[in-house]
Design a protein around this ligand. Structure first.
Ligand code: ADP
Ligand code: MG
Length: 727
């Protein structure tokens, strides 16, 4: 075994679980490091407290004088918790989070100093926009950007820094982050959904979008991960033969969690609880060394912040436990990849989940209204949803017969399918009293509160209704949920706005009663959006054919998918809903293309380097051993030697062939890369996708063949079977 591999494996054998000291109950530590309502009550003036609460509940602006008061309270609270620094915490378009720490400490002359933090520091900070992706928005002569406080997500202490959630915009006001458009989309859905709710309940004055994410991830021992240049540089294995035993036996899902991992999870959960992330569920996932963590759902903005924070916390805690967290969507071939299911629902300030069926027919008509409008929105913008979740790493799931497919469809279960089928046949225009009664009692009134067949969920559906929420399963495990949430809330907002207009028109111009009008419009929507509904197996070839007939998009790669982001239809959507300007949308499209190109470029370089520097030399060493052996046999057996050296000679030849193939593929790939590098934007991405990326598989094929031929003692890279079965 190579020295690196030997040492790495040896290190892992000596590992014992890190002891977790915390014996406090979860409820005791929950939110301890968050400037939440309790902390605000204690540290803020009554006036400041009220002002922040108003901002959270109804988006009211906080004026500068009050901001000063809030800052003082926040600082006192943070100092009481041992914080020494503060930072605006934001989510630039790199996909991760960003922070820049400043000390509270400030010298005031005469050798004295104070702790200072005022309204100015709280509300707005300057940041260098040129160091973050901006898709050409930033003018070269004006590199400034600003971060601005988002009072709807509470400040928290992480390490020794007070973190203040902020949005990040350019000097000219364009969004440069994930949060700014999300907040606008959440505002749009609030307004549109509240308007529609008024048909059913005049007391509704606010609608919140909720998000409950489920984060999947892999854990690999640090020493093993670090022995693999591909994992370190690209987050995934570019080479490696699948082990003889993978997940065929289905023995990992919900299996007992190894003690080292449990210890990590407990530590992670404690950290999450302190930060106010309401973690609830942990379990093994389908693949070996794959796990999942899920919290209680929350208001979408907060949930997005919590997921972004979580991804950071996961890595930091993992370091203590000598684990590396892999959030990549497909770190290993041959076993499951990782996603991040986004469970989404809408709820009112009167405490009603708008996507939950209930007992009374009227409430159920409200449920159907939101349910059907969501389906219609997804139908109209399926291609945008696919575009939003596109990334080089998520392509391994969406475009490759793995959960879920690249075709966006909606699964609703048999019971609700039947309800929609019946509603579709409702008479157009005015309804007779008998018809109305029949509808209310026998169709709408019959939707059971608990939908039985939703326990039997269709795991192959990218967008499934699961009883009282929709679950978007196509989001990548490393992605920021903000993108998907911005799209979903924007398209449903637009759809609800349209719906309201159409219903009002029928009432005003055709003299229909309100509920008649609602039935009429819903009926049309059911018909119009039928093609997006699919209850079958989403991975089958049949579905690909069927989906094509239905006119649904099937964009398997990121460059293909991204085009939908800048279609006229999408640009108009964002503009109309006041979520993003055309310039902002186009900038994001450029950023995504560039990210794709860079990632494939890096992967290409890394696979080339490993194949040349690690694999070929190792293969040659082994081949030399064989040659020596053959020569020895010749010395012993003379003319007869071919009889005894037959296998060895075959291997020698085979190794040479693999080496030749690897070498020529790397040369060709490098040539293609050079050509691609002369291009930009969509063309560069297309070329990288179609001309460069296919070589990865070719190179890998030959390297993996060599892995199973070459003496295990010589093989330099830690193997799948060594990485994937943590005890
Ligand atoms: P799974 O999909 O793995 O079977 P569950 O369906 O139990 O798991 O729920 C997973 C996620 O759904 C959790 O994050 C949970 O908070 C979230 N969730 C539950 N109810 C809602 C809701 N009404 N709105 C949004 N998310 C929800
Ligand atoms: Mg789920």
């Amino acid at each position: 075994m190579s020295v690196i591999r030997f040492n790495a494996l040896k290190q892992t054998q000596d590992r014992v679980p890190v002891k977790i000291k915390n014996t406090q109950r979860a409820s005791e530590i929950f939110g301890k490091n968050v400037f939440n309502e309790d902390a605000m009550r204690q540290f803020l003036t009554r006036e400041a407290f009220k002002s922040v609460m108003d901002a959270i509940e109804s988006g009211k602006k906080i004026d500068r004088k009050i901001a000063d008061q809030v800052a003082v309270g926040m600082k006192d609270w943070a100092l009481s918790k041992g914080a020494t620094h503060y930072t605006h915490w934001f989510q630039p378009l790199t996909g991760t989070t960003a922070e820049k720490h400043d000390a509270f400490f400030e010298p005031i002359g005469n050798g004295r100093a104070i702790e200072k933090f005022g309204g100015i520091e709280l509300v707005q900070q300057e940041s260098d926009a040129s160091s973050f992706p901006n898709g050409g928005i930033r003018n070269t002569f004006e590199a400034r950007g600003y971060t601005a406080w988002d009072p709807t997500s509470p400040a928290f202490i992480y390490g020794t820094a007070l973190c203040i959630p902020t949005i990040f915009v350019s000097y000219t006001g364009e969004a440069l982050d994930n949060k700014a458009p999300l907040l606008k989309a959440l505002y749009a859905i609030d307004v549109a959904a509240t308007d529609v709710c008024k048909y059913f309940d005049k007391n509704v004055t606010k609608v919140n979008a909720n998000l409950g994410w489920e984060q999947e991830y892999f854990l690999i021992d640090t020493a093993l991960a670090e022995s693999r240049p591909d994992i370190i540089l690209t987050g995934r294995t570019l080479l490696g033969h699948p082990p003889a035993k993978g997940q065929q036996l289905d023995d990992h899902y919900f299996g007992s969690i190894p003690s080292r991992v449990v210890s990590y999870m407990r530590d992670l959960e404690n950290e999450c609880l302190l930060l106010g992330i309401p973690v609830k569920t942990r379990h093994n996932e389908g693949a070996p060394n794959q796990y999942e963590l899920a919290p209680m759902y929350e208001e979408a903005n907060l949930a997005v912040d919590h997921n972004s924070l979580l991804m950071d916390v996961m890595e930091k805690v993992a370091q203590r436990h000598k684990f590396k967290v892999l959030l990549h969507e497909k770190p290993f071939v041959g076993i499951n990849g990782s996603g991040k299911h986004n469970n989404w629902s809408l709820s009112t300030n009167t405490g009603v989940n708008l996507l939950s069926p209930s007992k009374t027919p009227m409430k159920n008509l409200q449920f159907l209204t939101f349910f059907i409008n969501t389906i219609k929105a997804v139908y109209d913008y399926e291609e945008l949803i696919r575009a939003e979740i596109a990334s080089a790493s998520n392509d391994h799931r969406l475009g490759a017969n793995e959960a879920p497919p690249a075709i966006i469809s909606v699964f609703i279960g048999t019971q609700l399918s039947n309800v929609l089928d019946e509603l579709e046949n409702v008479t157009k225009g005015k309804l007779s009293p008998e018809e109305k009664t029949d509808l209310k009692l026998n169709i709408v009134g019959k939707i059971p509160e608990i939908l039985l067949d939703n326990t039997d969920r269709n795991r192959t559906s990218p967008f499934a209704f699961t009883g009282n929420k929709f679950e978007l399963r196509a989001v990548g495990s490393s992605d920021n949920c903000a993108g998907a949430m911005t799209v979903l809330n924007t398209i449903v907002a637009k759809q609800l706005r349209e719906f309201k207009k159409e219903v009002d028109l029928l009432v005003e111009e055709k003299g229909l009663k309100k509920d008649e009008a609602i039935f009429n419009i819903l009926r049309e929507y059911i018909k119009a959006s039928k093609n997006i509904r699919f209850e079958g197996n989403g991975y089958g070839e049949e579905w690909e054919k069927e989906a094509k007939k239905r006119g649904l998009s099937n964009n398997k790669t990121t460059p293909e998918a991204l085009k939908a982001k800048i279609s006229e239809k999408v640009l108009n959507l964002y503009e109309e809903m006041d979520v993003m300007s055309r310039k902002e949308v186009k900038a994001r499209y450029e950023i995504e293309l560039e990210k794709y190109v860079k990632r494939i470029q890096i992967e290409g370089r890394v696979i080339g380097d490993i194949a040349r520097n690690h694999i070929i030399p190792t293969a040659i060493r082994y081949q030399n051993t064989l040659i020596k052996n053959v020569k020895g046999l010749k010395g012993i057996f003379e003319e007869d030697f071919k009889k005894y050296a037959k296998e060895q000679l075959g291997l020698i030849k085979e190794i040479s062939e693999h080496i030749a193939n690897i070498n020529s593929s790397i040369n060709e790939m490098t040539e293609e890369r050079k050509k691609a590098n002369k291009l930009s934007g969509q063309k560069a991405a297309d070329t990288y996708c179609k001309k460069v990326k296919p070589y990865f598989d070719k190179i890998r094929y030959h390297c993996d063949k060599l892995e199973i031929m070459v003496d295990d003692e010589l093989w330099p890279l830690t193997k799948y079977r060594e990485m994937l079965f943590t005890k």
